[in-house]
Structure formats: structure tokens, C-alpha cells
Design a protein around this ligand. Structure first.
Ligand SMILES: Nc1ncnc2c1ncn2[C@@H]1O[C@H](COP(=O)(O)OP(=O)(O)OP(=O)(O)O)[C@@H](O)[C@H]1O
Length: 605
């Protein structure tokens, strides 16, 4: 029996709740959780049975103490009860040992079920991540993956390995304890029940209230941590531009939301919480049982020895519920976590080609390409163009025109919603994913680094490349000399921030990756960030080496870098408004000419 006081303080970590009859089975049966646990049902049933038996055996020492007291008090002489006392001591010790053994085995089964379930889920997630559109990762995916892989799986671990056993153990403790008291004296047992029932009912009320508030509280808690991280991450910008007020305001709003949700919850549960505090403690039970017991003894309904089991076992009944309250909370969180896991697993995968085909050559054909992120507002509205092998095509246009979106349709970050993109005469949706990605190098502005050596960071371009090939690629990308000057040269381990390499140097490192891959198509997002003149020249030289002889699509922000492009596609509001070479477009005096004039004026201002 636990002797800790039952707490009904409604915190998110341990909110009010109860193991009221019917609630637990409904939760376990429900939806995604039940589906995920089906393969380990046998283990879970075994775990539950062992936990129940262990919890029941754990009563033996308490019953033994009560019985020894009853026997001793009612005996004519101490010597007469020695054999009976020894028997009860034996029963008590055996019960304690059995409890340890059964709970150990139950915990083992629970952890085996947990390991098998989480292993299967992790494998499914990893497989599914492999078929999700890359665009999903760029937009929102990495945060969602992290949350599911760490937070949600941790909640599921708590549920499978701990919460179920806690709930069943606590339920059995209450039932067995109460059953024993009924056998001793059913009238006194009813008195104990009169204290237990309001406790259970008020827990049940709190539990129902928790269901409606938990999602809101967790959401507010997440917003608090997100805005705190945002503040810490952006501290340089915040201090420099004095924008801390706005970020702090977001943080304060999240804190207010949380406090509001908590207030609503506390207010809704004020009566049930007060009853829990009043009736769910050992002190209250002791006072009631003692008062009733003395009265019963005075009335001749009860003997003093028969009062003892109520004072030893009865007073612990309310606090026996505590583990179930925590377990029920774990169950609820685990069920929400299972829902998040299933949401991720149900996210639409990129359809694999039904009839895979191999492209012949690398001619790129944009055929009436239409696209929308939300299926409602068009972002690209019927773009048609051809990029011949070995030529450079620049995508230009105002911010938000759709340049990045168009470029990201080539490697199938997303699929077109109308029209088609063909490479070497084959629709990209009919080219096997690996073949498609192997045919192009993607050089985007956000440099993604692995926490690994410089050499391995370049080798991502072609994992089987030799050390000499890695060095050669770095030389071509004009970054070899910089790497050689690092403390451990190519063996220097980079962190997420680039291990001291400048922005331009990191860009050349990603260019080296692309050079190493040797893919015949290059999709390039030209840097918008201004580099110092030396770095700028080095990056331009590296790019010139990379794109030589390749089919290149470049998203151009600074028009002077693409004056020599073979064709320039000018986008505006998702439409292709002009196309041609630099001097042709200037002669048309349209959008391109205006953008060019604006940039020239900007440079000379
Ligand atoms: N992941 C996304 N989900 C929803 N809408 C998006 C997403 N990415 C871009 N958009 C929207 O699509 C439109 C085109 O954006 P896109 O980034 O392709 O333009 P862009 O021409 O590359 O702009 P910039 O030069 O500023 O990078 C914009 O209205 C943008 O807000």
C-alpha cells in the first residue's frame, strides 16, 4: 500500500484523473494505439495478469500484520498463538517475495512489448520518410519528425512499459484490499466505501475535465517552448534591431494562453478537486474509520481485534489510487502520441512510377506546368519551356513569382498539379526516384552540413568517391586551399554552424559536393546574401566549373550574373511573362528590363 498523499493539483505533468471503471478499456481500445499494440497483445495481457497477481500478492504482508494483531488480541495467552503468528509471518514474507518476482516479470514483459512496438514503429517511420515528398521536409517536416521520433515515442514508451501496469496494479490493490475488509466486517467496509466513492467520483469528474483541457494545455506549452527557443536562437538579431519586444510578446501571449487554459481547468475542477483533497487522504479515512469503529465497538457490533485491519489496510485505500491516476494520465498522453505517429505514417507518399522508364539524354521540357500548394490558389499557371542539354536557363522575377517552386518540381519535391515535366523525353513521375535524383545536383542556399569531417561532407555527393576524387572536387570548387588550412584539414569535423568556415566557403563546399556527383543536370539557387568580393569571385569561378557542359537551371536573384544565360524565363505571379536572352529582353522593355534597371539603380545608388 502506498502511503503518499493523493494529489489532485492539476498540473500538466500530473493532472487530476482517475482509474474509474470503464475509462481505461475504452482508451486502450481506441484507434491508432490499439492498432499499434495489436501485434504485442499477448505480451500486454501477460504483463497485465502478472501485474494484477503481483499487486494482490503485495497485500499478503499487510493482511498478515492485521491477522497477527487480531489473533494476538483475541488470544488467552501469547504462547497459544505462536504457531498461528509464524504461519502469518510465512504468508507475509511469501507474499512480499512473490510480489517482487511477479512485478519484475510483468515489467520485463511490458518492456519487451515496448521494445518490439517502438522498433516496428521506428522502422515504419524510417521507411515512410523515404517515400514522402522532399518538399514536405523543407516546409515543415524536420520539426514534425523530431517531435514524433523523440517526444511522442517517449510518451508511448511510458504508456506501454509503465502506465498499463500501474493502472492495473492500483485497481487490483483497491479491489483486493476492499474485498478483504468485507470479509472482516461488511458494515465497516461500507463505511470505508462511503469515503472511497466520493474520491473515485471526483477523480472521474477531474479525468473528464482533463480530456477537454489537455490538448489545449499541451499546445500552449509547446508554443511557450517554441517562442523561448525562437528568442534564444534569434538573440543576435533581437538585440541588434531591438525586436525583442515582439518575440517576448509572443512568448507572453503563449504564457497567458497556458495560464488561461490552466485557470479554466482549475475552475472547472474546483469542487471535484476539493472533494479529492478532503476524502482522498489517509487522515480522513483514519478519522472516519476510527470514529465509526469505536461507535461500532461501543454498540457491540464489532470487536477491537476486527477494527485493526481497517486501521492497517483501510486507511491506505484512497492513496492506492494514486499510481492509477498517473497511469491514466500516461495512457491519455500515449494515445495522443500514437495519433501523431499515425498522422505521420498516413501522410501521402510520393507515388512511385507504375511503369518506370529511363530518360534518354537530359533535355528538360516544361509542358504547361501548373502547381498549387494548397490545391486552391495557383502558384504556377501553365509554364512551358525547353531547356536544351548543355545550356543555362535562368529563372528570374519578383519575390514570390514562383521561381523556387518551379525549380523544386524538377527533383519532385512536389508533383505538378497539371501539365508535365519531362527529362530525356520521360515524365519525371515515371522516372525511378533514385535515377531522377542521381541525374541532378541541387545547390540551394541553405547549406546543410552533417556533423562529420569535411571530407565526408563533400563525399555526400558520391559516397564511393576516393579521397583523391574528393580533393579534386574541392580544387574544382575553389575550396581546397581553405580546407588545407583547417586544423585537421579534410579530417576536421564540422558542426551545424560550419566549424568556422565563412558563408562563401560553405557554399563552395556544397558546390564541391555537386561537382563530385557529376550529375548532368544542375539546379542552382543563386545566393542572395552578399559575399565579400574575394568570396564572390571564388563562388562564381566554382559555379562556372560546376556548370560547364551541364544542363543548368539557375534561380537568379542578381541579374548581372546571368547575362550570358542561353535563355531567361521571366516569371510574375506564377505566369511566364517573357523569355529570351538578356539583350532581347532588354529590347522588349518589359518586366525584365524594369528589374534590370531597378538593380542597376540599386547598385549605383
Ligand atoms: N511550402 C509552401 N507552402 C505554401 N505556399 C508556399 C510554399 N512555398 C512557397 N509558397 C508560396 O508560393 C509562392 C511562390 O513562392 P516561391 O518561393 O516559389 O517564389 P520565388 O519566386 O522563389 O520567391 P523568392 O525570390 O522570394 O524566393 C509565394 O506566394 C509563396 O508564398
Amino acid at each position: 500500500m502506498t502511503s503518499t498523499e493523493t494529489s489532485t493539483k492539476p498540473t500538466v505533468a500530473n493532472p487530476p484523473g482517475a482509474v474509474a471503471g470503464g475509462t481505461v478499456p475504452r482508451l486502450v481500445r481506441a484507434g491508432p494505439l490499439a492498432r499499434m499494440l495489436r501485434p504485442v497483445r499477448g505480451h500486454l495481457i501477460g504483463c497485465a495478469v502478472l501485474s494484477a497477481l503481483g499487486s494482490a500478492a503485495g497485500f499478503a504482508p499487510y493482511v498478515a500484520v492485521a491477522e497477527i494483531a487480531r489473533t494476538a488480541l483475541g488470544a488467552p495467552s501469547p504462547a497459544a498463538v505462536i504457531p498461528a503468528v509464524w504461519t502469518w509471518v510465512g504468508i507475509g514474507v511469501a507474499g512480499a517475495v512473490l510480489r517482487l518476482l511477479l512485478l519484475f516479470l510483468s515489467s520485463r514483459l511490458g518492456h519487451v512489448a515496448d521494445a518490439e512496438t517502438l522498433h516496428a514503429i521506428r522502422v515504419r517511420i524510417v521507411r515512410h520518410l523515404g517515400v514522402l515528398p522532399l518538399g514536405w521536409f523543407r516546409a515543415t517536416g524536420s520539426g514534425a519528425v523530431k517531435k514524433v521520433m523523440t517526444d511522442d515515442l517517449e510518451e508511448m514508451h511510458q504508456l506501454i512499459a509503465h502506465s498499463m501496469g500501474e493502472i492495473i496494479g492500483a485497481a487490483v490493490a483497491v479491489v483486493v484490499g476492499f474485498g478483504y475488509l468485507v470479509l472482516v466486517d461488511w458494515r465497516m467496509a461500507l463505511v470505508a466505501l462511503a469515503v472511497l466513492i466520493p474520491t473515485l467520483v471526483s477523480y472521474q469528474v477531474s479525468m473528464r475535465s482533463m480530456s477537454s483541457h489537455l490538448a489545449r494545455l499541451i499546445a500552449a506549452e509547446q508554443r511557450i517552448s517554441t517562442s523561448a527557443v525562437e528568442y534564444a536562437d534569434g538573440i543576435t538579431v533581437v538585440k541588434t534591431f531591438g525586436t525583442g519586444g515582439r518575440i517576448l510578446e509572443r512568448f507572453a501571449r503563449a504564457v497567458r494562453d497556458y495560464a488561461g487554459a490552466m485557470r479554466a481547468w482549475v475552475s472547472e475542477t474546483r469542487y471535484s478537486s476539493a472533494i479529492c483533497h478532503l476524502t482522498g487522504t489517509e487522515m480522513t479515512m483514519l478519522a472516519v474509520l476510527l470514529a465509526a469503529g469505536v461507535g461500532f465497538v461501543g454498540a457491540g457490533w464489532l470487536t477491537v481485534p476486527d477494527l485493526l485491519p481497517f486501521l492497517i489496510i483501510g486507511i491506505g485505500l484512497p492513496t492506492s489510487i494514486t499510481p492509477a491516476v498517473q497511469g491514466a494520465q500516461g495512457l491519455r498522453k500515449g494515445r495522443m502520441a500514437a495519433g501523431h505517429v499515425e498522422d505521420l505514417l498516413e501522410r501521402a507518399a510520393l507515388p512511385a512510377p507504375e511503369h518506370p522508364q529511363r530518360p534518354v539524354g537530359h533535355r528538360i521540357e516544361l509542358d504547361d506546368v501548373r502547381f498549387s500548394y494548397d490545391g486552391v490558389s495557383p502558384v504556377l499557371a501553365g509554364i512551358s519551356a525547353v531547356c536544351e542539354p548543355g545550356t543555362v536557363t535562368a529563372l528570374v522575377g519578383p519575390s514570390g513569382a514562383g521561381k523556387t517552386t518551379l525549380a523544386s518540381l524538377l527533383p519532385r519535391f512536389y508533383d505538378v498539379t497539371g501539365g508535365a515535366i519531362r527529362i530525356g523525353g520521360v515524365d519525371v513521375r515515371d522516372i525511378p526516384g533514385e535515377t531522377l535524383l542521381a541525374s541532378m545536383s541541387l545547390v540551394f542556399q541553405d547549406v546543410v552540413l552533417l556533423r562529420d569531417t569535411v571530407a565526408e561532407n563533400i563525399r555526400i555527393g558520391r559516397p564511393v568517391a576516393t579521397d583523391e576524387e574528393v580533393r579534386e572536387a574541392a580544387r574544382t570548387a575553389q575550396v581546397h586551399d581553405v580546407i588545407e588550412k583547417l586544423p585537421d584539414g579534410y579530417g576536421t569535423v564540422l558542426d551545424a554552424l560550419g566549424g568556422g568556415l565563412s558563408g562563401g566557403e560553405l557554399q563552395r563546399l556544397t558546390i564541391a559536393r555537386a561537382v563530385l556527383s557529376g550529375a548532368p543536370i544542375v539546379v542552382l539557387d543563386e545566393a542572395t546574401a552578399a559575399l565579400d568580393p574575394d568570396n564572390e569571385a571564388a563562388v562564381q569561378d566554382a559555379l562556372a566549373e560546376l556548370v560547364a557542359g551541364k544542363t543548368v537551371i539557375v534561380i537568379a536573384h542578381r541579374l548581372h550574373t546571368i547575362r550570358q544565360a542561353d535563355q531567361i524565363l521571366v516569371l510574375d505571379h506564377g505566369q511566364l511573362v517573357e523569355s529570351g536572352r538578356h539583350h532581347e529582353l532588354l529590347a522588349r522593355n518589359g518586366l525584365y528590363a524594369r528589374l534590370w534597371a531597378a538593380q542597376r539603380n540599386g547598385e549605383h545608388a
